[in-house]
Design a protein around this ligand. Structure first.
Ligand code: ADP
Length: 207
């Protein structure tokens, strides 16, 4: 099962993705983490994206799509993927659909963490003080939020039309959010399994 965790910066996607990897053995694919790893390794890619990231802008679709492709290849056969911070543009969403289809997979579920901009600002301010992530300063954060609203939010109708979109309250505490996510996933999983069983077998209760 492949899940996209969706929401503005600092909505809690990374935290929830980590819980899902632990509980379900899914593989977390976070383009933000991959790009930060590239930076700390001092690679050419890292050098190329550093300024863009610190400013709060998006790196090119081409770069992140290539990173995701590479990870899908490396982790072939995984029980599921959790995409965190990807896709962030309609172009990326389309590329993801193509990549997954090539491997007989699809985005099964998009879970939106619904949050409030004021709360987000409080969270990044705290994270900036604790972790010192350069793009958590107020100016960069404003740009990140603006980019989310302009470039990423349009993905909501894209996935809603496909009937893949669910929402959970991202303002609740971490455990409550992860329970809500688990409920969504389990319901969708049951739905998918039902479809696999022909209706006459469901009707007569035989499997
Ligand atoms: P957050 O969700 O808190 O904004 P991320 O770790 O997902 O943080 O991303 C950090 C930065 O990495 C982004 O501001 C952007 O510069 C870059 N980035 C990460 N994922 C993508 C993506 N899918 N497309 C473009 N840029 C990305």
């Amino acid at each position: 099962m492949n899940i996209v965790l969706f929401g503005p910066p600092a909505a809690g996607k990374g935290t929830q993705a980590k819980i899902l990897t632990k509980e379900r053995g899914f593989i977390q694919l976070s383009t933000g983490d991959m790009l930060r790893a590239a930076r700390s390794s001092g690679s050419e890619l890292g050098k190329k994206v550093a300024g863009i990231m610190d400013r709060g802008d998006l790196v090119s679709d081409e770069i992140v799509i290539a990173l995701i492709e590479e990870q899908l290849e490396t982790n072939a056969g995984a029980p599921g993927f959790i995409f965190d911070g990807f896709p962030r543009t309609v172009e990326q969403a389309k590329a993801l659909d193509v990549s997954l289809a090539k491997r007989d997979m699809a985005v099964d579920s998009v879970i939106r963490l619904r949050v409030d901009d004021n709360v987000l600002l409080g969270r990044v301010t705290k994270r900036f003080a604790e972790e010192g992530r350069k793009d958590d300063n107020p100016e960069s954060f404003k740009i990140r939020l603006g980019n989310y609203n302009k470039q990423t939010a349009p993905l909501l109708p894209y996935y809603a039309e496909k009937g893949r979109l669910s929402e959970v309250d991202g303002l609740a505490d971490i455990e409550t959010v992860s329970k809500s996510i688990a409920t969504v996933i389990d319901m969708q999983k049951t739905g998918r399994d039902m479809v696999k069983i022909p209706f006459w077998k469901r009707l007569f209760g035989r499997r």
